[in-house]
Design a binder for this molecule. Structure first.
Ligand code: ADP
Ligand code: MG
Length: 352
């Protein structure tokens, strides 16, 4: 698989702030690469460098064996970036989407045709004459994706494209990203702090922490096995600390709060930090008999709809992040405030 771009030893500092250091990453042609990292880890900075909007303080960007890190114009011709928050002309959708081709001197009929196709791709057929600023946040984000697609660049850079957007628009945007990649073989780099989104959209994942790529791998390599870097990304999600004691059966019990003790199959005494993958936690409306050592009652405090999967935050002495299929969620009649039971095995508790 050939690399469209290869980032080598990139560093970027803003005065005393080191936003990126020693970043190495290949952007493979035709693939969706996800930059997954918490806020402040350097995702936007790396995208801006790839877009030619920012020059690295150090390092190279190889394209067909040539270093183009200093050639912002060339990078801008290759890539287009969709920002987390877009700025629009106070005008109709048509004018906003058409602008990029207009400055390139395309004919009106060419532009009209391209705008129609781009709006079709983002499922905004017939929105040409709507005022962009009157659209919802999610619809505006779809307009900015259309505005980027119309330029037909080789590389599409998306910076947290679904933050603060309603669930219905999130599904449409995610479906659009997958469709553009599959149908047009578009190379995409998407930055997100959302592990679920990364898992759903990525072929390759680069985990960014504190300005460095800690791990790069395929979707399967990153999400298919237990992975302590992921625990750092989710950070507060399902990461608990407490004093661990080895009990008679050789497992450990970690006291993570006054009334919450979690049993783990590893052996460790003293201070321990543990992580439980959301998908390893079974959610049920009633307690059920199982050999799993950890069963906790809690109530749902937050729900987010990720299409076929729902992400729930459950308060059970500590806050847990869990996931459940939308079908089960509906069948169980769950909502914010519902009581649920969380069940997981001692072997699902990872020591980080
Ligand atoms: P992310 O997109 O992952 O949240 P950013 O790339 O925005 O991370 O930021 C990485 C680090 O660089 C942060 O510490 C941020 O405060 C800093 N940073 C980003 N842009 C600038 C800037 N223009 N001036 C100063 N510091 C910046
Ligand atoms: Mg950012």
């Amino acid at each position: 698989m050939s690399a469209l771009l290869e980032v080598r030893n990139i560093a970027k500092s803003y005065g005393a702030i080191q936003a990126l250091q020693d970043v190495n990453l290949k952007i493979l042609r035709g693939k969706i690469t996800v930059l997954l990292g918490p806020s402040g880890s350097g995702k936007t900075t790396l995208l801006r460098i790839l877009a030619g909007l920012e020059k690295p303080s150090h390092g190279s960007i190889l394209c067909d064996g040539e270093d183009i890190a200093e050639d912002s114009d060339l990078l801008r011709q290759k890539a287009t970036m969709v920002f987390q928050k877009s700025v629009f002309f106070n005008a109709a959708v048509y004018k906003n989407v058409a602008y990029g081709l207009k400055v390139k001197g395309y004919s009106n009929s060419q532009i009209k045709d391209s705008v129609r196709k781009a709006l079709q791709t983002v499922r905004l057929e017939g929105f040409e004459n709507r005022r962009t600023r009157n659209l919802s946040g999610g619809e505006q984000q779809r307009v900015s994706i259309a505005r980027a697609l119309i330029l037909e660049r080789e590389l599409l850079l998306l910076d947290e494209p679904t933050v603060n957007i309603d669930p219905r628009n999130v599904s449409i945007i995610e479906a659009t990203i997958l469709r553009v990649n599959r149908n047009q073989k578009m190379t995409i780099v998407l930055a997100t702090h959302n592990m679920f989104q990364a898992e759903a959209l990525s072929e390759r994942v680069a985990i960014l922490l504190e300005g460095t790529v800690r791990q790069v791998g395929t979707n399967q390599q990153i999400f298919g096995t237990s992975n302590k870097h992921l625990a750092s990304v989710t950070r507060l999600d399902n990461v608990f600390s407490g004093v661990s004691r080895i009990n008679k059966t050789g497992t450990s019990v970690i006291k993570v709060s006054e009334n919450l003790r979690i049993e783990a199959s590893f052996r460790k005494s003293g201070e321990a930090t543990i992580y439980i993958k959301p998908e390893d936690i079974i959610v049920s409306a009633h307690p059920f008999t199982s050999s799993a050592r950890n069963v906790f009652q809690g109530s749902i405090i937050e729900v987010s709809d990720l299409g076929s999967v729902m992400k729930l935050r459950v308060n059970a002495e500590k806050k847990f992040l869990v996931q459940i299929t939308k079908r089960s969620f509906t069948e169980m009649g769950l909502n914010v405030g519902s009581t649920v039971f969380l069940t997981f095995k001692a072997s699902s508790v990872q020591h980080v």
